[in-house]
Design a protein around this ligand. Structure first.
Ligand code: THU
Length: 139
């Protein structure tokens, strides 16, 4: 399944809108219903108004009624990199980690940081966001 998720993210990368940073990001999330939703970063001429790819993918899934993310694949392209436009293994920013936390079990959620379908690093959300604050913290 990680291969399919990465493929979906790579396909979505074409739609990333990043004219200001030149750093294109795309994410694909798999939900507990078995569906895949993609998202890209969408920058803005008023810089802080931009949104990350991961948040966008999660927001899309939640907007369609989904409430649980099982895994997420993230890919990127750095158009300003000296060679090849490689964005490296892109790990989710702090806000994206917290956004994912709301709709996942951090011990179970797989975060796949990919350069290609067969070159990726995988970590759980708990590893990326230890001692996290989530919905049950308010119970
Ligand atoms: N970006 C993401 O889309 N996800 C991340 O987790 C890290 C950063 C975007 C935001 C901005 O459009 C560009 O990458 C450079 O920071």
């Amino acid at each position: 399944m990680s291969g399919k998720l990465i493929e979906n993210a790579i396909e979505a990368l074409e739609n990333s809108y990043a004219p200001y940073s030149g750093f294109n990001v795309a994410a694909a999330v798999l939900t507990d219903s078995g569906k895949i939703y993609t998202g890209v970063n969408v920058e803005n001429s008023s810089y802080p108004a931009g949104i990350c790819a991961e948040c966008n993918a999660v927001a899309k899934a939640v907007s369609c009624g989904e409430r649980k993310i099982i895994s997420i694949a993230i890919v990127s392209r750095n158009t300003r990199a000296p060679k090849g436009g490689d964005g490296g293994y892109t790990s989710p920013c702090g806000i994206c980690r917290q956004f994912l936390r709301e709709f996942s079990d951090p011990k179970e959620l797989k975060v796949i940081m990919a350069k290609s379908v067969d070159d990726y690093k995988e970590m759980t959300l708990e590893e990326l966001l230890p001692l996290s604050f989530g919905p049950e913290s308010l119970a």
